[in-house]
Unconditional design. Structure first.
Lengths: 161, 784
C-alpha cells in the first residue's frame, strides 16, 4: 500500500510514495538515491545510518520515514555544499577513515557533538561517538580529527578570527 | 620535487568517502531490479522433513522461490579452494541450499526473489519448514569424541584433516629437558564484523550471455574464477566488480553461496537481482574466525633456552570447509610455530574439525595470531617457572640479526630481521625497569598492575605462486599491474588486487608519481573490476603493498625504460648518455638537452617519430611473483591495571614498535597499526561468538557481539624500526595484520602478570570482568 509522503531533505521538499512500514534509511537510500547514508546493522547499534534531524544526530534505521514528516533532514550529501565542512576536512587531514563505511554517520554525529560541546576533551569525544562503530581505525585518528574540527570551528566562530 | 616515498600525503580515496559519493555494492541500483532474500535455518542441525513454499510463491510481488532441489544439478556446490595436501583432507559437498539436512544455524534453505525488499521478507515468513532436530556440537575438540554428533556421513569423527608439522625431535627434547610448561588455549570464535554487510547485485545479459556481478569482495578475480565454476559459466563471460568495500578483515575472501544464488536467479529470471544480508544474517552466515582448542607445551633448559615445542590443535571449520579454511590452521599457523625464536625441535598435529556452526575462514591475522599467542603465553609461563624475567627469556631465544636468511625447524626461510633492535627500541621507549619498580610499589598498596611484552614475527606478503601450488591453494599468489600513460602525461594504474580501506590508491600513486617525477594528483589507481584490471589474487594476508605494489613498481620501470629509449632517439644521443633528472631524461653533457616526462608521453602516444622497433604508446604491464614470503616483526608492550574487586581490566599504556621495512606512507601505516591493535584488544578483552547448548548463536546482533567502542579503547603509541626485505623491489613487508597478531598476547600477558600474586598463570580470552573475577575467586579459594 503506497502512501504519499513529503519529506524535507537537504533543504528540498521531496515527494515519495512509500510503504508505511519503511524505515527512513531505506527511503533515503532507495527512493531518494541518497546512498551516502549506510546500513550496518538492524538494531541501531552501529550508527552508519546517522543523519541530522532538526540538527540532531538520529539513527535513520530506528525511525519510520513517516515519522520524519515536518522535520528537516540533513544527510552527508548536503554537507559539502560550498566546499568541505570542517568536520569532513578534519577527517581527511587526520586520516580518520579507512574503508569509509562508518564515516558519513561518524561525521554527522560529530557535528551534533560539537554543536553541544565545542571544545571537547578526549573523554567527551569518545563518549560522544559511542553510538558509532568503526572497525578499521581503532578510533584514535577519529578522536584527533574531531579535536581538529573543533579547533577549526571555534576559530571561525570567534569574532577575533 | 620532494621525495614522495616516506611522506604522508592525504589519501586520494577520501574525497568520495567523506562526501557520501562512494558506491558500495548495496548502493548499486539497476532498472527492473529484484530483491533476493534467503531463508536460513533457525536450528543448528536437523533433517528437513517438510518444506512448503507454495504460500510464498503465491504472494503478489514474489517472482520466484527456489529450494535446494530446484537448483541441484543446475549449479555446482560451493567450492573449497585450499586443498592442503598430505593430510587426508575430506571435503563434503556443500550445496548452495540445503537439500535434506541443515548443518548450522544460518544454513540456506530457500531463496525468495521479489519485486521489493518488503515483499521478499513477507514471503520468507510464509515458508513453512519442519525440522527433525539432530544433536549439535560446537566445540571442535568435543566434536571428535566417539559419541559426538556426526555431521557428514562419510567423514568419521568429523575430522576434515590431520596435518602435521615436524622439525628436529620434539619428543626427545621434552624427554631430556629439565623444564617444561603446558597450557590449554581456547582461541574463541570471532565474528569479523565489517561494518558493511555482504551484498551482491547480479545482472545477466541474455543477449551476450554475460553475467555482471557486483559483490563485496577482497578478491574480485578469485570471485570470478569461483563463481563461474559454481554457475557453470565460461569464466570470460563473468565480470566481477567489487566497488567500494566497507571493511572485510578476511570475511570477504570466500566465495559464498549467496552471490552465486543471486546470480543464478538473475540468469533464470533475466532480471537484475540484489541480495544484501542484514546484520543478524551476517553474524550467522558470513564466515567466523579462529576457533582453535590447542594443547601446547614448551620445554627448555634452566638458563631459559627453549629446546622444544609441541602442539595438538583442534581447529573448528564449522559445518563446511570455506574457501581458504584448510590452509589457515596449517600453512598460516603450524608453519609459524617457531615465531621469532630459535626452537630446534617442533611438532604440531593439527586436526581440522567439522562442527554444527558457521563456517570459519580468514579473520585478520588468520592462523598467525593463534601461533603468536601460543608462543608468547608459553614463554611467559616458562619464564615464571624459571624465576626469570620474561623479557630476558625472549632476548635469549630471539634469532640474532646476523643469522638471516634463517631457516626454522618448520622449514620456512625468514627473509630478514632485527628482532633485538625492535625489542631494544620498545624497552627504551617504555622504560621497562621503571615499570617493574612501579609495579612493586603498586602491589604494596594493593593495586594490581602488570605488563605484557610480545616479540612477534609473522608470515605475510603471500607469496610465491609455486608455494601456493605446493600447498594446494587453488590460485596463484602473484599480482599484475598495468601502468598507462596518457598523451597529456597523466597516468592510470590498473591493479588486480583489491584495496578496501588500506589506502593503496594513495601509496601506489606515491610509488608511480615518485618514479615519473609527477605530482601525485596525476596518478590514479584503478581496482576492483575484472574487466578493467589484470589478473590478481586479491587483498589479504598483508600482501597488497609487497606484491601488487611491486608489480606497479616494475610496470612503472618498464614505462620509464621505454621513455628513455624514445628520449635518446629524439635527442639523437645514446641511452647511455642520458640520466633521469627527476622529471625527464637529460644528457650528461648538457642538462638543458632534455626531454621531460610529459613531452615523452605525448610523443610516445602520437608516435610521429618513434625509433625503429619501438611500438607506439607508453604503457606497460608487469606481474610480480615474489620468491619468498616476507616476515615483518616487532615488539608490543601493554600495561594494565586490574580491579580485583570487579575483574575489570583497564589498559594503562599500549606501545607498538613494528618493522615492516621502509614506510611508503607513515600515516597510513600507523592507521593500520591502530586498527589492528584495537581489533586484537577486542579479541583479548571482549569479543566472542557465543553458542548455547543447542548450537544457537546468541551473539547475533551488535548489541550482543562486543565490537570495541571508542570509549572502551586506549590510545596506541607507535614507532618503527626499518629492516628492508630483499624479496621485493620496494623492500617492504606487510602491516595490515601485525597489530592484531601482537596485541592479543600483549594484553592477556599483562593481565596475567598483574594477577601473578594470586598465582594465576592464564585466563581464557576474552578477559571479560566476569572471567577475570572468577579466576581471582578460584585462585583465592585455592589458596585459602
Amino acid at each position: 500500500m503506497a502512501l504519499p509522503l513529503t519529506l524535507d531533505v537537504n533543504g528540498s521538499e521531496r515527494h515519495v510514495r512509500i510503504e508505511g512500514r519503511e524505515l527512513l534509511v531505506h527511503v533515503l537510500r532507495d527512493a531518494l538515491g541518497l546512498t551516502g547514508t549506510h546500513v550496518g546493522c538492524d538494531t541501531s547499534q552501529c550508527g552508519a545510518c546517522t543523519v541530522l534531524i532538526d540538527g540532531q544526530a538520529v539513527k535513520s534505521c530506528a525511525m519510520l520515514a513517516v515519522q520524519a514528516t515536518g522535520r528537516q533532514i540533513t544527510t552527508i550529501e548536503k554537507l559539502s555544499d560550498g566546499g568541505l565542512h570542517p568536520v569532513q576536512q578534519a577527517f581527511r587531514d587526520k586520516h580518520g577513515l579507512q574503508c569509509g563505511f562508518c564515516t558519513p554517520g561518524m561525521i554527522l554525529t560529530t557535528i551534533d557533538l560539537l554543536s553541544q560541546c565545542p571544545d571537547p576533551t578526549d573523554e567527551e569525544i569518545r563518549d560522544g561517538i559511542q553510538g558509532n562503530l568503526c572497525r578499521c581505525t581503532g578510533y584514535q585518528n577519529i578522536v584527533d580529527a574531531i579535536h581538529l574540527a573543533a579547533d577549526t570551528m571555534r576559530a571561525s566562530a570567534s569574532p577575533a578570527a | 620535487m620532494p621525495n614522495l616515498i616516506g611522506s604522508s600525503p592525504k589519501r586520494r580515496e577520501d574525497g568520495r568517502l567523506i562526501t557520501g559519493n562512494a558506491t558500495y555494492t548495496d548502493d548499486v541500483q539497476l532498472p527492473g531490479m529484484l530483491y533476493a532474500m534467503i531463508l536460513r535455518s533457525p536450528v543448528a542441525h536437523a533433517r528437513i522433513t517438510a518444506l512448503d513454499v507454495s504460500a510464498a510463491r503465491a504472494l503478489p510481488g514474489v517472482v520466484a522461490v527456489y529450494i535446494g532441489a530446484d537448483i541441484e544439478g543446475r549449479v555446482n556446490p560451493v567450492p573449497c579452494a585450499w586443498n592442503v595436501p598430505n593430510c587426508d583432507l575430506r571435503l563434503p559437498s556443500h550445496p548452495m541450499l540445503a537439500v535434506d539436512t541443515v548443518r548450522y544455524q544460518g544454513d540456506g534453505v530457500a531463496l525468495v526473489v521479489a519485486e521489493s525488499r518488503g515483499i521478499a521478507r513477507d514471503a520468507l515468513a510464509l515458508i513453512t519448514v519442519q525440522y527433525a532436530e539432530l544433536p549439535s556440537v560446537i566445540d571442535p575438540e568435543q566434536a571428535t569424541a566417539p559419541d559426538a554428533p556426526q555431521l557428514h556421513a562419510d567423514i568419521p569423527s568429523n575430522i576434515a584433516f590431520t596435518w602435521t608439522v615436524a622439525g628436529g625431535d620434539a619428543d626427545a627434547a621434552f624427554a631430556s629437558a629439565p623444564v617444561a610448561v603446558d597450557l590449554r588455549i581456547v582461541h574463541q570464535r570471532m565474528q569479523p564484523s565489517a561494518i558493511e554487510p555482504r551484498a551482491a547485485v547480479a545482472s545477466w545479459n541474455p543477449g551476450s550471455e554475460e553475467l555482471t556481478l557486483w559483490v563485496t569482495s577482497q578478491n574480485p578475480h578469485i570471485h570470478r574464477f569461483l563463481c563461474a565454476g559454481m554457475l557453470k559459466l565460461p569464466e570470460h563471460r563473468v565480470r566481477v566488480i567489487a566497488p567500494e568495500v566497507g571493511g572485510a578483515f578476511g570475511s570477504k575472501i570466500a566465495a559464498y553461496a549467496d552471490e552465486a544464488l543471486a546470480s543464478f536467479a538473475s540468469m533464470d529470471l533475466c532480471r537484475p537481482v540484489k541480495w544484501t544480508e542484514d546484520r543478524s544474517e551476517n553474524y550467522l552466515a558470513t564466515t567466523h574466525g579462529r576457533d582453535h582448542v590447542s594443547h601446547v607445551e614448551l620445554c627448555g633448559t634452566a638458563d631459559g633456552t627453549i629446546t622444544g615445542l609441541r602442539a595438538r590443535v583442534f581447529a573448528g571449520l564449522g559445518a563446511y570447509a570455506s574457501t581458504a579454511a584448510p590452509g589457515i590452521p596449517t600453512i598460516l599457523h603450524g608453519l609459524m610455530y617457531s615465531g621469532p625464536y630459535m626452537i630446534p625441535n617442533i611438532t604440531g598435529v593439527i586436526r581440522g574439525v567439522y562442527t554444527t556452526a558457521t563456517p570459519v575462514d580468514a579473520y585478520r591475522g588468520a592462523g598467525r595470531p593463534e601461533a603468536t599467542f601460543m608462543l608468547e603465553r608459553l614463554i611467559d609461563l616458562f619464564a615464571r617457572k624459571l624465576g626469570m624475567d620474561p623479557v630476558a627469556v625472549r632476548r635469549r631465544n630471539l634469532i640474532p640479526s646476523h643469522a638471516f636468511p634463517y631457516t626454522v625447524a618448520t622449514g620456512l626461510v625468514y627473509d630478514s630481521g632485527n628482532y633485538q633492535g625492535a625489542l631494544d627500541k620498545a624497552l627504551s621507549m617504555f622504560d621497562y625497569e621503571a615499570f617493574r619498580i612501579e609495579q612493586t610499589l603498586a602491589r604494596a598498596q594493593g593495586r594490581y598492575i602488570g605488563v605484557g611484552v610480545t616479540t612477534y614475527n609473522e608470515i605475510c606478503g603471500l607469496g610465491p605462486s609455486s608455494i601456493a601450488g605446493a600447498t594446494g591453494f587453488g590460485g596463484g599468489l602473484y599480482e599484475s599491474a598495468i601502468v598507462r600513460v596518457y598523451p597529456t602525461g597523466v597516468v592510470r594504474v590498473y591493479i588486480g588486487a583489491k584495496p578496501h580501506g588500506q589506502g593503496e590508491e594513495t601509496t601506489f600513486a606515491q610509488v608511480v608519481a615518485q618514479e615519473f617525477g609527477l605530482p601525485i594528483e596525476h596518478v590514479e589507481i584503478v581496482h576492483g573490476d575484472t574487466e578493467k584490471t589484470p589478473q590478481g589474487w586479491g587483498t589479504y594476508g598483508s600482501r597488497t603493498t609487497a606484491v601488487s605494489g611491486s608489480a606497479v613498481k616494475l610496470a612503472a620501470l618498464r614505462v620509464k625504460a621505454k621513455a628513455k629509449t624514445l628520449a635518446a632517439h629524439l635527442l639523437g644521443v645514446s641511452e647511455d648518455d642520458l640520466d633521469w633528472d627527476g622529471g625527464g631524461f637529460a644528457t650528461h653533457a648538457d642538462a638543458t638537452q632534455r626531454k621531460g616526462f610529459a613531452e615523452l608521453a605525448l610523443m610516445a602516444n602520437l608516435a610521429w617519430n618513434m625509433p625503429a622497433g619501438l611500438e607506439p604508446g607508453l604503457e606497460a604491464t608487469a606481474s610480480f611473483d615474489p620468491p619468498n614470503f616476507v616476515y615483518p616483526f616487532g615488539t608490543h608492550i601493554c600495561t594494565v591495571e586490574v580491579d580485583v574487586e570487579t575483574g575489570e581490566v583497564k589498559i594503562l599504556r599500549y606501545l607498538a614498535v613494528d618493522d615492516c621495512g621502509p614506510l611508503i606512507n607513515p600515516m597510513i601505516v600507523e592507521g593500520q597499526v591502530h586498527g589492528g591493535v584495537i581489533q586484537g584488544i577486542g579479541e583479548a578483552l571482549q569479543e566472542m561468538a557465543i553458542y548455547n547448548e543447542h548450537g544457537q548463536l546468541l551473539t547475533t546482533t551488535m548489541m550482543d557481539y562486543a565490537v570495541p567502542r571508542a570509549a572502551q579503547m586506549p590510545r596506541i603509541e607507535t614507532a618503527h624500526t626499518v629492516t628492508p626485505t630483499n624479496v621485493n623491489p620496494l623492500g617492504v613487508k606487510g602491516i595490515g595484520e601485525a597489530g592484531t597478531i601482537a596485541s592479543v598476547p600483549s594484553v592477556v600477558s599483562a593481565v596475567c602478570d598483574a594477577l601473578s600474586p594470586f598465582g594465576i598463570q592464564h585466563i581464557h580470552k576474552p578477559l571479560t570482568p566476569a572471567r577475570v573475577w572468577a579466576a581471582i575467586q578460584l585462585a583465592t579459594a585455592g589458596a585459602a
